[in-house]
Design a protein around this ligand. Structure first.
Ligand SMILES: [Zn+2]
Length: 299
Protein backbone atom coordinates (compact mmCIF):
# COMPACT_ATOMS: atom_id res chain seq x y z
CA UNK A 1 0.00 0.00 0.00
CA UNK A 2 1.43 3.35 -0.90
CA UNK A 3 1.89 6.01 1.74
CA UNK A 4 3.22 9.47 0.92
CA UNK A 5 5.86 10.80 3.31
CA UNK A 6 7.24 14.33 3.21
CA UNK A 7 10.60 15.38 4.62
CA UNK A 8 12.31 18.77 4.76
CA UNK A 9 16.00 19.36 5.47
CA UNK A 10 16.61 22.83 6.89
CA UNK A 11 20.25 23.80 6.47
CA UNK A 12 22.06 27.05 7.08
CA UNK A 13 21.78 28.12 3.44
CA UNK A 14 19.15 25.95 1.75
CA UNK A 15 15.93 24.13 2.55
CA UNK A 16 15.28 20.94 0.59
CA UNK A 17 11.87 19.26 0.64
CA UNK A 18 11.05 15.83 -0.80
CA UNK A 19 8.04 13.58 -1.10
CA UNK A 20 8.63 9.83 -1.13
CA UNK A 21 6.58 6.68 -0.88
CA UNK A 22 7.22 4.54 2.17
CA UNK A 23 7.49 1.38 0.04
CA UNK A 24 10.13 2.94 -2.29
CA UNK A 25 11.95 5.48 -0.12
CA UNK A 26 15.00 5.93 -2.35
CA UNK A 27 12.80 7.12 -5.21
CA UNK A 28 12.03 10.83 -4.84
CA UNK A 29 8.55 11.68 -6.16
CA UNK A 30 8.87 15.41 -5.80
CA UNK A 31 11.63 17.81 -4.76
CA UNK A 32 11.79 21.55 -4.02
CA UNK A 33 14.83 23.62 -3.07
CA UNK A 34 14.63 27.16 -1.65
CA UNK A 35 17.10 29.46 0.14
CA UNK A 36 16.79 29.37 3.95
CA UNK A 37 15.02 32.58 5.07
CA UNK A 38 16.91 34.64 7.67
CA UNK A 39 14.07 34.95 10.21
CA UNK A 40 12.22 32.26 12.18
CA UNK A 41 8.87 33.45 10.77
CA UNK A 42 10.32 33.11 7.28
CA UNK A 43 11.53 29.57 7.95
CA UNK A 44 8.19 28.52 9.51
CA UNK A 45 6.28 29.91 6.55
CA UNK A 46 8.67 28.18 4.10
CA UNK A 47 8.14 24.90 6.01
CA UNK A 48 4.36 25.27 5.63
CA UNK A 49 4.60 26.18 1.95
CA UNK A 50 7.05 23.41 1.04
CA UNK A 51 4.96 20.82 2.89
CA UNK A 52 1.87 21.80 0.94
CA UNK A 53 3.77 21.83 -2.39
CA UNK A 54 4.99 18.29 -1.61
CA UNK A 55 1.41 17.17 -0.98
CA UNK A 56 1.80 16.47 2.73
CA UNK A 57 -0.88 14.11 3.90
CA UNK A 58 -0.64 13.01 7.54
CA UNK A 59 3.03 12.97 8.37
CA UNK A 60 5.93 15.37 8.05
CA UNK A 61 9.55 14.97 9.11
CA UNK A 62 11.91 17.91 9.56
CA UNK A 63 15.70 17.81 9.87
CA UNK A 64 17.29 20.88 11.48
CA UNK A 65 20.98 21.80 11.40
CA UNK A 66 21.82 21.88 15.10
CA UNK A 67 21.16 20.36 18.51
CA UNK A 68 17.54 19.18 18.63
CA UNK A 69 16.17 18.57 22.12
CA UNK A 70 13.48 15.96 22.63
CA UNK A 71 12.31 16.00 19.01
CA UNK A 72 10.85 19.45 19.68
CA UNK A 73 13.18 22.37 19.54
CA UNK A 74 16.68 23.53 18.55
CA UNK A 75 18.88 24.45 21.51
CA UNK A 76 22.09 25.38 19.72
CA UNK A 77 22.58 25.98 16.02
CA UNK A 78 25.51 28.13 14.91
CA UNK A 79 24.35 27.98 11.28
CA UNK A 80 20.61 28.32 11.98
CA UNK A 81 20.50 30.78 14.84
CA UNK A 82 17.08 32.25 14.01
CA UNK A 83 15.45 28.91 14.90
CA UNK A 84 16.94 28.47 18.39
CA UNK A 85 14.19 27.92 21.03
CA UNK A 86 11.41 28.17 18.39
CA UNK A 87 8.81 25.41 19.02
CA UNK A 88 8.94 24.19 15.41
CA UNK A 89 7.07 20.93 15.88
CA UNK A 90 4.11 22.49 17.69
CA UNK A 91 3.94 25.46 15.29
CA UNK A 92 3.80 23.27 12.16
CA UNK A 93 1.43 20.69 13.69
CA UNK A 94 -0.99 23.48 14.64
CA UNK A 95 -0.74 25.15 11.24
CA UNK A 96 -1.08 22.04 9.06
CA UNK A 97 -2.90 19.53 11.27
CA UNK A 98 -0.32 16.82 10.51
CA UNK A 99 1.98 14.77 12.75
CA UNK A 100 5.47 16.29 12.74
CA UNK A 101 8.72 14.65 13.82
CA UNK A 102 11.98 16.54 14.14
CA UNK A 103 15.60 15.47 14.39
CA UNK A 104 19.10 16.68 13.61
CA UNK A 105 19.56 16.93 9.82
CA UNK A 106 22.72 14.82 9.62
CA UNK A 107 21.16 12.14 11.81
CA UNK A 108 18.25 12.16 9.33
CA UNK A 109 20.74 11.62 6.49
CA UNK A 110 22.20 8.67 8.39
CA UNK A 111 18.69 7.21 8.85
CA UNK A 112 18.19 7.41 5.06
CA UNK A 113 21.54 5.84 4.20
CA UNK A 114 21.05 3.02 6.74
CA UNK A 115 17.51 2.32 5.47
CA UNK A 116 18.01 2.47 1.74
CA UNK A 117 21.46 3.75 0.89
CA UNK A 118 25.15 2.98 1.05
CA UNK A 119 25.05 2.12 4.80
CA UNK A 120 22.38 -0.54 4.49
CA UNK A 121 23.43 -3.53 6.59
CA UNK A 122 26.42 -1.70 8.07
CA UNK A 123 26.42 -1.52 11.91
CA UNK A 124 29.31 0.87 12.56
CA UNK A 125 28.99 3.97 10.44
CA UNK A 126 29.62 7.70 10.70
CA UNK A 127 27.91 10.15 8.37
CA UNK A 128 29.56 13.52 7.85
CA UNK A 129 27.34 16.11 6.17
CA UNK A 130 29.32 18.81 4.38
CA UNK A 131 27.05 21.83 3.98
CA UNK A 132 27.39 25.40 5.22
CA UNK A 133 29.01 23.76 8.25
CA UNK A 134 29.66 20.10 9.06
CA UNK A 135 26.97 17.93 10.62
CA UNK A 136 27.33 14.38 11.84
CA UNK A 137 25.43 11.17 12.54
CA UNK A 138 26.87 8.18 14.37
CA UNK A 139 25.73 4.55 14.47
CA UNK A 140 27.51 1.96 16.55
CA UNK A 141 26.56 -1.70 16.80
CA UNK A 142 23.60 -0.97 14.50
CA UNK A 143 22.12 1.69 16.82
CA UNK A 144 22.03 5.44 16.18
CA UNK A 145 23.91 7.18 19.00
CA UNK A 146 22.33 10.36 20.29
CA UNK A 147 24.11 10.88 23.60
CA UNK A 148 22.50 11.78 26.92
CA UNK A 149 20.90 15.05 25.67
CA UNK A 150 20.31 13.90 22.11
CA UNK A 151 23.13 16.20 21.02
CA UNK A 152 25.78 13.65 19.94
CA UNK A 153 27.41 13.89 16.54
CA UNK A 154 28.61 17.47 16.03
CA UNK A 155 32.10 16.82 14.64
CA UNK A 156 32.10 20.20 12.87
CA UNK A 157 33.12 21.84 16.15
CA UNK A 158 36.07 19.61 16.92
CA UNK A 159 38.90 22.09 17.40
CA UNK A 160 41.72 21.47 14.91
CA UNK A 161 43.64 24.70 15.58
CA UNK A 162 43.05 26.90 18.65
CA UNK A 163 44.75 29.76 16.78
CA UNK A 164 42.66 29.22 13.65
CA UNK A 165 39.86 31.40 12.22
CA UNK A 166 36.91 32.36 14.43
CA UNK A 167 34.01 29.91 14.23
CA UNK A 168 30.29 30.81 14.31
CA UNK A 169 30.15 28.85 17.60
CA UNK A 170 32.50 31.29 19.34
CA UNK A 171 35.63 29.13 19.37
CA UNK A 172 38.54 29.14 16.95
CA UNK A 173 39.77 26.65 14.39
CA UNK A 174 36.79 24.27 14.40
CA UNK A 175 36.84 21.60 11.67
CA UNK A 176 33.98 23.28 9.80
CA UNK A 177 36.03 26.47 9.38
CA UNK A 178 38.02 24.48 6.80
CA UNK A 179 36.17 21.44 5.46
CA UNK A 180 32.66 22.79 4.71
CA UNK A 181 31.01 25.24 2.30
CA UNK A 182 32.02 28.11 4.60
CA UNK A 183 35.48 26.54 4.85
CA UNK A 184 35.88 26.57 1.07
CA UNK A 185 35.11 30.28 1.06
CA UNK A 186 37.75 30.85 3.74
CA UNK A 187 40.36 28.72 1.94
CA UNK A 188 39.63 30.72 -1.23
CA UNK A 189 39.94 34.04 0.58
CA UNK A 190 43.37 32.97 1.86
CA UNK A 191 44.36 32.90 -1.80
CA UNK A 192 42.49 36.11 -2.64
CA UNK A 193 40.19 34.09 -4.90
CA UNK A 194 36.97 36.00 -5.51
CA UNK A 195 34.23 36.05 -8.08
CA UNK A 196 35.62 37.84 -11.14
CA UNK A 197 34.88 41.54 -11.24
CA UNK A 198 33.05 41.64 -7.89
CA UNK A 199 34.16 41.77 -4.29
CA UNK A 200 32.01 38.76 -3.42
CA UNK A 201 33.25 35.54 -1.91
CA UNK A 202 33.38 32.63 -4.34
CA UNK A 203 30.77 29.85 -3.99
CA UNK A 204 31.49 26.12 -3.86
CA UNK A 205 29.71 25.71 -7.21
CA UNK A 206 31.93 28.26 -8.91
CA UNK A 207 35.04 26.87 -7.27
CA UNK A 208 34.12 23.44 -8.64
CA UNK A 209 33.59 24.85 -12.12
CA UNK A 210 36.92 26.66 -12.09
CA UNK A 211 38.77 23.56 -10.84
CA UNK A 212 37.20 21.49 -13.62
CA UNK A 213 38.38 24.00 -16.19
CA UNK A 214 41.91 23.51 -14.83
CA UNK A 215 42.46 26.76 -12.92
CA UNK A 216 45.50 26.17 -10.69
CA UNK A 217 44.40 28.24 -7.67
CA UNK A 218 40.99 26.55 -7.61
CA UNK A 219 42.65 23.12 -7.77
CA UNK A 220 44.89 24.14 -4.86
CA UNK A 221 41.86 25.10 -2.78
CA UNK A 222 40.29 21.66 -3.34
CA UNK A 223 43.60 19.96 -2.52
CA UNK A 224 43.83 21.83 0.78
CA UNK A 225 40.14 21.13 1.43
CA UNK A 226 40.91 17.38 1.04
CA UNK A 227 43.68 17.68 3.63
CA UNK A 228 41.42 19.36 6.21
CA UNK A 229 38.61 16.92 5.51
CA UNK A 230 40.95 13.96 5.95
CA UNK A 231 42.35 15.38 9.21
CA UNK A 232 38.89 15.44 10.80
CA UNK A 233 37.82 12.08 9.35
CA UNK A 234 41.00 10.48 10.70
CA UNK A 235 40.15 11.90 14.16
CA UNK A 236 36.67 10.38 13.93
CA UNK A 237 38.09 7.03 12.81
CA UNK A 238 40.59 7.12 15.68
CA UNK A 239 37.71 7.51 18.15
CA UNK A 240 34.98 5.36 16.58
CA UNK A 241 36.71 2.81 14.31
CA UNK A 242 33.81 2.73 11.83
CA UNK A 243 33.48 0.30 8.95
CA UNK A 244 32.07 3.05 6.76
CA UNK A 245 32.22 6.85 6.64
CA UNK A 246 29.45 8.34 4.49
CA UNK A 247 29.94 11.81 3.02
CA UNK A 248 26.62 13.68 2.71
CA UNK A 249 25.45 17.29 2.53
CA UNK A 250 25.45 19.70 -0.39
CA UNK A 251 29.16 19.26 -1.16
CA UNK A 252 28.71 15.55 -1.92
CA UNK A 253 27.52 16.75 -5.34
CA UNK A 254 31.14 17.65 -6.19
CA UNK A 255 32.87 14.78 -4.35
CA UNK A 256 34.86 13.88 -7.49
CA UNK A 257 37.01 16.95 -6.69
CA UNK A 258 38.19 15.77 -3.26
CA UNK A 259 37.13 12.23 -2.33
CA UNK A 260 39.98 10.13 -3.82
CA UNK A 261 42.66 12.34 -2.27
CA UNK A 262 40.78 12.37 1.06
CA UNK A 263 40.64 8.56 1.12
CA UNK A 264 44.42 8.29 0.65
CA UNK A 265 45.13 10.88 3.34
CA UNK A 266 42.79 9.27 5.90
CA UNK A 267 44.57 5.91 5.53
CA UNK A 268 47.95 7.61 6.00
CA UNK A 269 46.83 9.74 8.98
CA UNK A 270 44.64 7.45 11.08
CA UNK A 271 46.40 5.33 13.66
CA UNK A 272 46.98 1.85 12.22
CA UNK A 273 45.52 2.94 8.89
CA UNK A 274 47.04 0.08 6.90
CA UNK A 275 45.51 -2.41 9.35
CA UNK A 276 42.01 -0.94 9.01
CA UNK A 277 41.20 -2.97 5.96
CA UNK A 278 37.48 -2.45 6.29
CA UNK A 279 37.25 1.34 6.56
CA UNK A 280 35.48 2.73 3.53
CA UNK A 281 34.62 6.35 2.66
CA UNK A 282 31.68 6.66 0.27
CA UNK A 283 29.34 9.40 -0.95
CA UNK A 284 25.76 9.25 0.31
CA UNK A 285 23.66 7.16 -2.06
CA UNK A 286 20.94 9.82 -1.98
CA UNK A 287 23.52 12.61 -2.41
CA UNK A 288 22.46 15.99 -1.05
CA UNK A 289 18.86 14.68 -0.66
CA UNK A 290 19.74 12.16 2.08
CA UNK A 291 18.80 14.55 4.90
CA UNK A 292 15.34 15.26 3.48
CA UNK A 293 14.67 11.59 2.69
CA UNK A 294 15.74 10.60 6.22
CA UNK A 295 13.51 13.32 7.68
CA UNK A 296 10.57 11.81 5.78
CA UNK A 297 11.51 8.38 7.18
CA UNK A 298 11.34 9.64 10.79
CA UNK A 299 7.62 8.87 10.53
ZN1 LIG B 1 32.78 25.85 16.05
Amino acid sequence: MSERLVGIDVGGTKMLAVAIDRSQPSEVLEMHLVPTPSTSDGVLSALRELSIRCGVDQRLGIGLAGLVEGGEVLRAAPNLQSMIDIPVRAAIEDALGVTVRIDNDATCALVAEMSTGVARGVDDVVLVALGTGIGGGIASGGEIRRGVHGFAGEPGHMCLDPNGPMCVCGRRGCWERYASGAGLVWLSQQRSLRVDGTGNAITAEELAERARSGETVALEVWAEFSEWLARGLANLADVLDPELIVIGGGLVAVSDLYLDRTRELVVSEVLGGRSRGRIRIEPAHSGPSAGAIGAALLN
